[in-house]
Design a protein around this ligand. Structure first.
Ligand code: 4AD
Length: 455
């Protein structure tokens, strides 16, 4: 029973405690340490109180024995209370398991911030099975959970691996503007803003800016937020997402496709090999296997044939015909049935963007690619770009785009044009595939979609 007259004091005869993050305690057996963090779990077992402490670097099992367990103050501890624990790290005996294989035997502790109990308690706020929109209101608290925080750790390792890959191959990182006056992927998804009285937009893609940098910096990439006013709610559309984009010059379509495969396989392998992210991927997606090169290559026209052979219908409920957009549902059915990563290539001119280069052997199709992954569908879109001014102007005309605002983009063709191509990867989409999440919303810190712009 909790006793009111036990005071919690540090014994001055103990050796001084060394401040440590949880991760470091895993190799600190025998040392007296002080570790600060949040109470992730707590269990009161009469004479012993078990705490799992979380500090963002890991989880630490701690045990409060004797008087510490019986003290009244200990009985008031709640989940998410921030606390500093003092004590000695011991290696757990064979057969017992805890994170890092260690346990902290606490000899003293200090409460930093006591979290509420009752109505306002942490578990009440993010109750399991609660309405997803209530959970999104409490996203700042939900992010403390094991699953979401694991996805965010994998996300960080993934972005780190992407940068390392580009670095290895001599790409320069740049940060183009997000406030722009040009569209890249169609007018219907533009977010408009009032720019000192002029019309401007939030960027849909940094592609056009990346193209301008080839002549000064060579191959370039950026990791930047892109914005799309997507009105429909789907598993894979956000209004704001982290867009990884690269642009490369003096290469052909085949080299371009090989580069994309190589990026995906190498980066994913690096994440799986990462000491922190690797085990988290295993926990989130136990059956995950790193895809091997080369990926299956499927031309759009053969995909249309495949869809009809498998009795998958277009959006009008009819057989697919050449020129139809392969919308999300059909694309996913095809990708899930085939069950391996697919490079879907050579889309018809009419259903793709104004800047895509036509194939030399068939001008009705483009040197374009979508990378499709099982369970998610499209994670990457890219193409070789039109490098001839006249042809580019025809592309603008086809899409009904006024070219005044694009003079700087057109100039790239005028001042020493070159063959070039690039692509964009949706970070949340590739993570949904890697971490086996049902929706991209689970891979974004604070997801944005129509009707949601908070917290
Ligand atoms: O296919 P998209 O629209 O291509 C472009 O923006 C090109 N300009 C990129 C380039 O060549 N530099 O978008 C690229 C990728 C998609 O494959 C998808 O993964 C992701 O961006 N994406 C989205 N992710 C989340 N929510 C949305 N609304 C997205 N729209 C596209």
């Amino acid at each position: 029973l909790a006793s009111l007259n036990i005071t919690i004091e540090e014994d001055p005869s103990l050796p001084p405690a060394q401040r440590m993050k949880v991760e470091k305690t895993y190799s600190a057996a025998g040392q007296r340490v002080k570790v600060s963090g949040w109470i992730h779990r707590i269990r009161n077992n009469k004479s012993l109180v078990f705490v799992v402490l979380r500090d963002g670097t890991g989880y630490l099992q701690a045990v409060l024995p004797g008087d510490l367990a019986r003290a009244h103050q200990t009985s008031t501890l709640t989940l998410e209370t921030s606390i500093t624990l003092y004590g000695t790290i011991t290696k757990l005996p064979e057969g017992k398991t805890a994170p890092g294989g260690v346990e902290l035997t606490v000899d003293y502790y200090e409460i930093v911030g006591l979290a509420p109990s009752g109505e306002d308690s942490f578990t009440n706020k993010i109750a399991e099975g609660a309405d997803p929109s209530l959970l999104l209101d409490q996203r700042h608290l939900a992010l403390r959970g094991e699953t979401l925080s694991a996805v965010m750790k994998v996300r960080a390792a993934f972005l780190k691996a992407v940068r390392a890959f580009y670095d290895k191959f001599g790409f320069t990182e740049v940060t183009p503007p997000c406030m722009v006056q040009t569209q890249v992927e169609g007018g219907s998804t533009l977010f408009k803003l009032d720019y000192y009285g002029e019309e401007a937009y939030l960027t849909q893609s940094s592609q056009l800016y990346l193209e301008t940098l080839l002549a000064s910096l060579g191959d370039v990439y950026c990791i930047q937020e892109s914005f799309r006013a997507e009105r429909s709610h789907t598993r894979r559309h956000l209004s704001e997402y982290t867009h990884i984009e690269a642009e490369m010059c003096f290469l052909d379509f085949d080299e371009f496709l090989t580069h994309i495969e190589s990026l995906i396989t190498n980066v994913v392998q690096a994440v799986v090999d990462d000491p922190i992210a690797g085990p988290l991927v295993k926990q989130l997606n136990p059956d995950f296997k790193v895809p091997q090169m080369p990926f299956m290559r499927l031309e759009y026209k053969d995909a249309i044939k495949w869809l009809n052979e498998h009795d998958i219908k277009n959006e009008e409920g009819e057989d697919f015909k050449f020129g139809d957009d392969i919308a999300e549902a059909a694309e996913r059915k095809m990708t899930d049935t085939i069950g391996v990563p697919i490079l879907l290539t050579r889309f018809p001119v009419e259903i793709k963007s104004f800047y895509m280069k036509r194939c030399a052997d068939d001008p009705s199709v483009t040197e374009s690619v979508d990378v499709l992954m099982p369970t998610v569908g499209e994670i990457t879109g890219g193409s070789m770009r039109i490098d001839d001014t006249k042809e580019l102007m025809e592309g603008f005309a086809r899409e009904g785009i006024n070219t005044d605002a694009y003079y700087w983009f057109i100039d790239q063709r005028k001042y020493g044009t070159c063959p070039h191509g690039g692509y964009g990867i949706g970070t949340e989409r590739i993570l949904a595939w890697l971490c086996d999440r049902f929706t991209v919303r689970d891979c974004s810190l604070y997801p944005r979609f129509s009707g949601r712009c908070k917290p």
